[in-house]
Design a protein around this ligand. Structure first.
Ligand code: FPP
Length: 233
């Protein structure tokens, strides 16, 4: 592989449709989606991706049925206690982005536990976006910034692109490559600040069927792009 992007983000779409096509409930799709995510995170670490951000649950996903929301939250707790722990043993650091308010206490406890247990790992960071919205992240960063200005912790002149990254939920570098599975071509309120020069890669495959070789394919696409960041040819 020529050049591996530092920060890859994935909108893991199509779990529900994948399950429906198999005559199964939507939850079946999420279960297989979670397995796919685990495999991809290990692969990402192996090929040298330093940051992998994934959209696990948006603030708007709370509009879904109570049954589906509970299933995804239970799955998350299970993963934090079991599978993500294994990722941690493989050297992956797990962090979360999103609002804490509205999340169940067992979910918060599981998140905190896995974050602590993997905090010393440095080979790859898995950023799980949960109860997350891109505009909400920008709003929350403005509130933090406003407080810091009022407390004289930062001066207006010090605010620039770089500084604002520190006010996001996690201080991660800009996204180099965004992958969206599942046929739709939109950003769905995902990491809007960090996405500013991301290459966008849309693939029809539903997320549970997205394999390591498909991630390699997306990186190949990224490698064929000339990134000018606003500069002329
Ligand atoms: C989008 O597909 C998927 C989600 C909203 C949930 C994604 C969650 C996981 C993959 C599990 C995450 C688990 C861990 C451990 C982080 P959709 O339901 O919108 O599919 P559809 O568009 O076909 O209906």
């Amino acid at each position: 592989m020529k050049k591996v992007p530092t920060h890859v983000a994935i909108i893991m779409d199509g779990n529900g449709r994948w399950a429906k096509e198999k005559g199964e409930k939507r939850s079946y799709g999420h279960k297989y989606g979670a397995k796919t995510l685990e495999t991809l995170a290990l692969h990402a670490k192996k090929i040298g991706i330093k940051y992998l951000s994934v959209y696990a649950f948006s603030t708007d996903n709370f509009k879904r049925s109570v049954e589906e929301v509970s299933f995804i939250m239970d799955l998350l707790v299970y993963y934090c206690k079991n599978r993500l722990k294994r990722l941690g043993e493989e050297g992956v650091r797990v962090v979360f982005s999103g609002r804490r308010e509205g999340l169940r206490s067992d979910v918060l406890d599981a998140m905190e536990d896995i974050t602590k247990k993997t905090s010393k790992n440095s080979s790859c960071t898995l950023n799980v976006c949960l109860n997350y919205g891109g505009q909400e992240e920008i709003i929350d960063s403005f509130i933090k910034l406003h407080n810091d200005i009022n407390n004289d912790d930062i001066k207006l002149e010090e605010i620039d692109r770089e500084t604002l990254y520190k006010y996001m939920y996690q201080n991660l570098p800009p996204i180099d490559l965004l992958i969206r599975t599942g046929k739709e071509h939109r950003l769905s309120n995902f990491m809007l600040y960090q996405m500013f020069y991301a290459e966008l890669y849309f693939v029809d495959t539903y997320f549970p069927d997205f394999k390591c070789k498909d991630l390699d394919e997306a990186i190949k696409y990224y490698n064929n792009k000339e990134r000018r960041f606003g500069n002329a040819k």
